[in-house]
Design a protein around this ligand. Sequence first.
Ligand SMILES: [Zn+2]
Length: 80
Amino acid sequence: MKCKICSREAIDRDFCQLHLKAYQNIKVTYQKWNKALSVNWRQYLEHIQKNSLTGEWAKEVVKHLIEEDNKNVWKNKEDI
Ligand SMILES: [Zn+2]
């Protein structure tokens, strides 16, 4: 199976190693934010997308996650 974002081989959750790592960072940071600021997933994604400090890999993952969110692919938003 290929990564959802690039054409590299996917290793987990349909992401390649590089995009998976970026995804995991995004998820961990979200959990901290959610506790401290009670932002929701979508608000968080939009914020980091606009943040100039966000790395290129993370930006690609965020773009993908927002598209998924738009399509309402996830039935359970807590399951991220
Ligand atoms: Zn990838």
